[in-house]
Ligand binder design. Sequence first.
Ligand code: URA
Length: 197
Amino acid sequence: MDGLEVTACERCPELCASRSRIVNGVGDADAALLFVGEAPGEQEDREGEPFVGRSGDVLTAALRDRGLARQDVRITNCVRCRPPENRDPHVEERENCREYLDREVELVDPELIVTLGKVPGEHLLGRSLAVTKEAGTVHDARVGGRSRRVLVSVHPAATLYDPGQKETFAAALDEAVALAGLDADDGGGGQSRLGEF
Ligand code: URA
């Protein structure tokens, strides 16, 4: 793998059997903010893009509410192939895919990584995580041999089954946008902002 795209990989037998394609990250290759989810779901597998199903709608709307388009940030997953029955990716599968994630982080070189949910949070922090309690906290984590700032967030899907998590998710997103220097007040935001003028 030289760049951001993985075009062929056979490391995980179960994932190879359940995927219809490899789902690479999308968005700005030079983004200040990089979101890391768990794994592609059914719709992501069908469309070949992360976060395009129901949880994607939540994430996309949260970005839009903060003046950002999907292409202003980078969106990727711990693993790039859909697990069977949408189960969590196993530790070994996450490790198999880690090289690709590390490379993406290295190339994009974001100001801040936001982990969406327990699995990516634990994967990048390398410890168990009480994700609701720790949402909004910022940590230094070694990613690809370098220290990176990582902000913990609940998964956008959590707001769908527990409306009480909406505020937790919104607060984490507000903090992420501010820490990445993308808030409207300091003239941040991506190229898509130019369309407003
Ligand atoms: N959930 C994730 O964690 N990642 C996706 O791409 C879609 C849903």
